[in-house]
Design a protein around this ligand. Structure first.
Ligand code: ARG
Ligand code: ZN
Length: 474
């Protein structure tokens, strides 16, 4: 329980008593609090499947007040006397299928009791009205809401949606998005997909963004502030929207020299991985104090730190690789995160070689020797990191070594065939590491369990003989 929530007390007044008795009676029969993730058992929610989020928001940078309405279009997958959404902000009201519903907030869960239960297979439309100051709320010592001098940007993994819209917050439940945000005139709003409308009214400006491909909730973003926005077109017409915070200062030139190569990188990766899965691309260079980049769908967000020492196209190659590995084909469970980071990092190595810098082989060699055998680095198996170590260096570096070992074992032709068929077969879906291993074995005809055991699941540095088979000089 955080202080902010206690201070505010319940926003539900009259319905509270009724709600608590209804909940006590009905939750007893409900086993799981979340969707069933191995690392984050209370993230996401069972019982329904979201098809679309429509967010109509208003943001006031001076006060950090975010207010608006989220309409969640879902289908019940079981009888629902009540259901939950993941959300941290203060909720004013909830309606379900057109009728007022009671609601209660507890930690990151918003529990809703519809006036009438929603039967399995039926449409569930939830309209949630809310208003709050996201910057005042932290969870697990963190936030995804980063205020900037004139705005804010929302970016975080796995937790991100909690700070700005109610959702079924797990990659297993992807949906399409309409994001409409009204801000003071002079500011910009950049989100995922394409800008479909800009309307100025009464000194305020309203931006409407639309993402039509299924999108995991943590991949939704919104950047508000003063941005230089450029829309270019790739040769096939795909829009490339790049946005640069005007407060980037000395980092602006290098940010531009990096992000302006996005279209070229999308083309290069399309040759390796197959057709680009989305209908727009681009990137957002924020001046916010984040220390990472995130592959938010079609439009990754980049920390200014990446550009402090000059252009960095590796981070662009990495985040664009995630559009295939992570965004189109998403983890079934957060414990599958190697499927995202291992491949995105390996793509950086391939980009390096293509750019005439270090070759893949040199980089694999370098990483293997960078960490001595007794280094703690090797104690973290990328195939089973643990919830608290989702982004440990091992998932990136050792994760890329695992990809490299696979390529060395099966050869280039089978390796790229494995990747392309994997991405095509699971396009817009979810998949697990176990499925990847089975797929790689099926395509190559090779027995790969020992290789993946050594590189993904076993603590300790793989033996010299194993490294040698991966093309590493031991
Ligand atoms: N998926 C992101 C990347 O590829 C990692 C984000 C790490 N998140 C964090 N809070 N450090 O780089
Ligand atoms: Zn990554």
């Amino acid at each position: 329980m955080d202080r902010t929530r206690l201070r505010r007390g319940g926003g539900i007044a009259a319905g509270a008593l009724l709600l608590s008795t209804t909940l006590a009676a009905s939750t007893a029969a409900t086993p799981a609090a979340g969707i069933g993730d191995r690392y984050f058992p209370d993230y996401g929610n069972p019982g329904y499947d979201v098809a679309h989020y429509d967010l109509r928001l208003d943001y006031e940078p001076a006060t950090d007040l975010l207010a608006g309405t989220a309409t969640i279009d879902a289908t019940a997958t079981q009888d629902l006397p009540h259901f939950s959404l993941d959300f941290l902000l203060d909720v004013e009201s909830v309606r379900v299928n057109g009728e007022p519903a009671t609601h209660r907030s507890n930690d990151h869960k918003l529990t809703v009791v519809p006036a009438r239960p929603v039967a399995a297979g039926r449409r569930l439309t939830a309209v949630v009205r809310y208003a709050d100051t996201p910057s005042q709320i932290t969870r697990h010592g963190t936030t995804a809401w980063w205020r900037t001098r004139e705005g804010a940007v929302v970016v975080g993994e796995p937790e991100s949606a909690w700070w700005w819209f109610p959702s079924n917050d797990h990659p297993r439940d992807k949906a399409t998005f309409d994001v409409r945000v009204t801000v003071p005139e002079g500011l910009q709003v950049v989100s995922n997909g394409v800008l479909t409308d800009t309307t100025v009214h009464n000194g305020r400006v309203r931006y409407t963004w639309r993402e039509t491909a299924p999108q995991a909730t943590y991949l939704a973003t919104m950047a508000i502030g003063r941005y230089q926005v450029r829309t270019a077109r790739m040769s096939d017409g795909l829009p490339v929207v790049t946005a640069y915070d005007t407060d980037l200062g000395d980092d602006l030139a290098a940010a531009r020299a990096s992000l302006e190569r996005t279209g070229e990188i999308v083309e290069w990766e399309s040759e390796l991985f197959g057709r680009y899965p989305f209908t727009s691309t681009g990137g957002i260079a924020t001046a916010a104090g984040i220390r990472f980049a995130l592959e938010t769908q079609t439009r990754p967000v980049y920390s200014p730190r990446f550009f402090r020492r000059g252009p960095n196209t590796y981070i662009v190659a990495h985040e664009i690789a995630h559009q295939w590995f992570g965004n189109s084909v998403s983890v079934a469970d957060w414990s599958d995160i190697w499927l995202n980071e291992g491949f995105a990092t390996y793509t950086e190595w391939m980009w390096s070689e293509d750019e005439g810098e270090g070759t893949v082989r040199e980089l694999a060699d370098w990483v293997y020797h960078l960490h001595p055998a007794d280094d703690e680095f090797w104690q973290v198996p990328p195939g089973d990191l643990g919830a608290g170590r989702l982004f440990a260096p091992a998932v990136y570096q050792r994760g890329a070594l695992a990809v490299h070992a696979l390529r060395a074992e099966v050869g280039d032709a089978a390796f790229f065939e494995i990747l392309r068929t994997w991405l095509a077969e699971h396009r817009y879906g979810n998949a697990s590491i176990a499925e990847f291993i089975a797929h790689a074995e099926a395509v190559s005809g090779a027995e790969l369990k020992p290789l993946f055991d050594a590189w993904l699941f076993t603590k300790g540095r793989p033996e010299a003989a194993v490294a040698e088979e991966a093309g590493i000089n031991p």
